[in-house]
Write a protein that binds this ligand. Structure first.
Ligand code: ADP
Length: 401
């Protein structure tokens, strides 16, 4: 059974066609610069055959069109007919309080997603356009929404209610939602498989460290707290996002530094984090290189990044009454040997002991804690697409029968 995964970002669209019978990626691709000049589609099939297509792609509807046409193209296509696709899984960033699980999309679901645009103004609109375009072109194919927020809907009130006027929660739904849920769910389930232990017995801290980064406390298989918040700006320091700062800084930027609201937003989302501190880059490879060459601000950016992660891991261990395992995933978590080592330094009191030889790996499932470490530490590459495909198959199968 073939499942198509669609992930519409603000100016990009990623896709994968997966054969679920033997978990194989048939093809994948990326449409970039949607709505800008020089838009492109980079398509690659399972034999490694790559094709770059330049086209005028004005919006996500055009992007969906070109992707679906490519899938069935006589020369570079991988299927003969779109009917071969059993279901389409759409990554949707915000499912509000309503969706704690993936759901088959109908008009009612779309109406809810429209409602949540106010909670995710950058992300939900392209998600919705992508879904609508697919529904037009693939009328009889089930569409499933898999939400970044859903996994965190198990958080208790003490974790998700902010200490602000309670009316603001009731009236505007201002609360912690959390993101990267699909990734945290995938790696925590994978860990329970690797350890051959029931996830319901485990206390896990999952560190998803990519351009966007979040840490989640997972107890008995459920998210009980996570570092991102009402928006993905909260939590630890990130590539370009500030993470948690004194909230008065936003109003200070406007009232005292002469920023407009848009500029303040842009500063905290796009010019902060390790880029803001180092002035070098948001890419950890560049920052690690600059730091090793003696750039003090690059070193400070790394130190702050590690400091906050270490503190968050310890805080979640406290909230769960202990920790059995720590997971590192996403670009930095999977690849940065230095980051993993530095984040864990100082956590020996929890029973964390890293093995430097084992830690000397990139991008593959590995235990990196020492044989005697009380807390198991693993690198587990994330696979959000596969998780979305699995959920899509499960939910659309249920709804078919
Ligand atoms: P996102 O999906 O949020 O865009 P990724 O999960 O792809 O991000 O992670 C991107 C980050 O991973 C970048 O900061 C990049 O520098 C970092 N990264 C990738 N490879 C390495 C490496 N070998 N060493 C250090 N950081 C790396």
């Amino acid at each position: 059974m073939k499942i198509l995964i669609i992930n519409c970002g603000s100016s990009s669209l990623k896709y994968q066609l997966i054969e679920m019978d033997y978990i194989k990626v048939i093809c994948k691709g990326l449409v970039e610069r949607i709505g800008l000049d020089a838009s492109t589609l980079a398509h690659e099939d399972s034999r490694g055959y790559k094709q770059n297509i330049k086209a005028k792609i004005e919006n996500h509807k055009d992007a969906i069109n070109i992707v679906l046409n490519t899938l069935v193209d006589d020369d570079i296509g991988v299927i003969k007919n779109l009917n071969e696709i059993f279901a389409v899984g759409h990554r949707v960033v915000h499912g509000g309080e309503k969706y704690s699980e993936s759901v088959v999309i109908d008009e009612e679901v779309l109406n809810h997603l429209e409602e949540y645009i106010k909670l995710a103004p950058i992300h939900n609109p392209p998600n919705i356009i992508g879904i609508r375009a697919c529904r037009v072109l693939m009328k009889d194919t089930p569409m499933v929404a898999v939400f970044d927020t859903a996994f965190h809907q198990t958080m208790p009130e003490v974790a998700y209610i902010y200490p602000i006027e309670y009316d603001l929660y009731e009236k505007y739904k201002i609360r912690k939602y959390g993101f990267h849920g699909t990734s945290h769910k995938y790696v925590s389930q994978k860990l329970s498989e690797i350890l051959c232990r029931d996830i319901k017995e485990l206390k896990i801290v999952s560190c998803h460290l990519g351009n966007g980064a979040s840490i989640t406390a997972i107890k008995n298989g459920k998210s009980i707290d996570t570092s991102m918040g009402f928006t993905p700006l909260a939590g630890i320091a990130m590539g370009t996002r500030s993470g948690n700062i004194d909230p008065s800084i936003s109003t200070f930027l406007i009232e005292e530094c002469g920023y407009t609201v848009e500029e303040a937003n842009e500063s905290l989302n796009k010019k902060s984090g390790v880029l803001g501190i180092s002035g070098v880059s948001s890419d950890f490879r560049d920052i690690e290189k600059a730091a090793s060459e003696g750039n003090k601000r690059a070193q400070l950016a790394l130190d702050i990044f590690h400091y906050r992660i270490r503190g968050q891991i310890a805080a979640y261990a406290a909230q769960m009454g202990g920790v059995d395992a720590i997971i590192f995933t996403a670009g930095i978590g999977e690849n940065s040997i230095k980051t993993r080592k530095a984040c864990l330094e100082g956590l020996e009191f929890l029973g964390v002991e890293i093995d430097n030889n084992r830690n000397n790996i990139r991008g593959k499932i590995s235990e990196i804690s020492s044989y005697n470490s009380k807390v198991k530490v693993y690198v587990i590459p994330t696979n959000e697409e596969l998780m979305i495909a699995k959920e899509t198959l499960e939910v659309s199968n249920i709804s078919c029968f």
